[in-house]
Design a binder for this molecule. Structure first.
Ligand SMILES: [Zn+2]
Length: 66
């Protein structure tokens, strides 16, 4: 089971129509809002569908390497 929270970056199994497969989670709950990192379009998915669509979660806390 894939767990993510607001602000996380995620990689989906299928890329968006624009070709980008990276998204930012902008809302979690019964529905999950994902914002495409390339074209900034927002898609709304039921949480179970979102959990299946997401391949990798990149938590913002991990990238503290500056
Ligand atoms: Zn896109």
């Amino acid at each position: 089971m894939t767990a993510f929270k607001t602000g996380d970056k995620v990689v989906t199994k299928k890329p968006h129509a624009c070709g980008c497969d990276r998204w930012t989670v902008t809302r979690v709950g019964a529905d999950v809002k994902l914002k495409c990192d390339k074209c900034l379009k927002i898609v709304l998915l039921p949480s179970d569908k979102a959990a299946k669509a997401v391949k990798t979660v990149i938590s913002d806390r991990v990238k503290e390497t500056d």
